[in-house]
Write a protein that binds this ligand. Structure first.
Ligand SMILES: Nc1ncnc2c1ncn2[C@@H]1O[C@H](COP(=O)(O)OP(=O)(O)OP(=O)(O)O)[C@@H](O)[C@H]1O
Length: 206
């Protein structure tokens, strides 16, 4: 599905990685690992097309993404470091807003979804009134309403408690079972839960 060819990234005159190539097939999950500052977020952002590499290209379904950006973005769900939720909207409004701006029909049992995410009673409260972990759960609700084939998740477990981590891992498995793929950064050990986990370790380069 996703082919990455010879990507090189230089930031502030420091080469974070060079000639990086890999492939992510349907049903595969890849974890980006490495110390703080190694370039995991930078790589994710390049893969999503939010920033440009010094060299290299990305292919989606065999097509150069640079020439088919819209098709690629329609298949991509990116959840970054920052949750991207609007603090002034409620949890339900946030999900609906996200659906609307991504072309999804606004249907669904939002209360049931938010109950699954442990947010009973908080559905109609402005998100700024929620804890960090609760706010992240609101952001992660997109994983339940999106049918994007490729998920890119930057530290999705941040501030999420143990029960939430299990719930997320179950949702990851659903995504892989339906032929989607996932690329994520995380400092969690996921090998126990995903036996076919691919890992890409970025070393800190000086
Ligand atoms: N917008 C930017 N402009 C200049 N330098 C940047 C920018 N974003 C990141 N960097 C630099 O790129 C390097 C890699 O940062 P990046 O956020 O990709 O690392 P990371 O591996 O995701 O780290 P962490 O584990 O702390 O999240 C850092 O040295 C950082 O200072």
């Amino acid at each position: 599905m996703l082919n990455v060819e010879s990507i090189t990234c230089i930031k502030q005159e420091r080469c974070l990685f060079e000639n990086l190539s890999f492939e992510l097939k349907a049903g595969e999950i890849m974890q980006l690992e490495g110390p703080n500052g190694a370039g995991k977020t930078s790589l994710l952002r390049i893969l999503a097309g939010f920033s440009r590499p010094e060299q290299g290209r990305r292919l989606w379904m065999g097509e150069d993404i640079a020439k088919h950006e819209e098709d690629f973005l329609a298949e991509l769900l990116y959840i970054g470091h920052k949750t991207g939720v609007n603090p002034h909207l409620t949890a339900i409004e946030n999900i609906q807003f996200w659906q609307q701006s991504h072309g999804y029909v606004q249907v669904g049992d939002y209360y049931a979804l938010l109950a699954k995410l442990g947010l009973v009673g908080l559905e109609d409260v402005p998100v700024r009134m929620l804890s960090a972990g609760q706010q992240r759960r609101v952001a992660l609700a997109r994983l339940w309403v999106s049918d994007a084939k490729l998920w890119m998740l930057d530290e999705p477990f941040t501030a999420v408690d143990k029960k939430g981590v299990v719930l997320l891992q179950q949702q990851f498995k659903q995504q892989l079972a339906r032929g989607g793929c996932i690329i994520l950064t995380s400092h969690q050990d996921l090998t126990e839960h995903f036996t076919q986990l691919k890992t890409l370790v970025l070393e800190y380069r000086f």
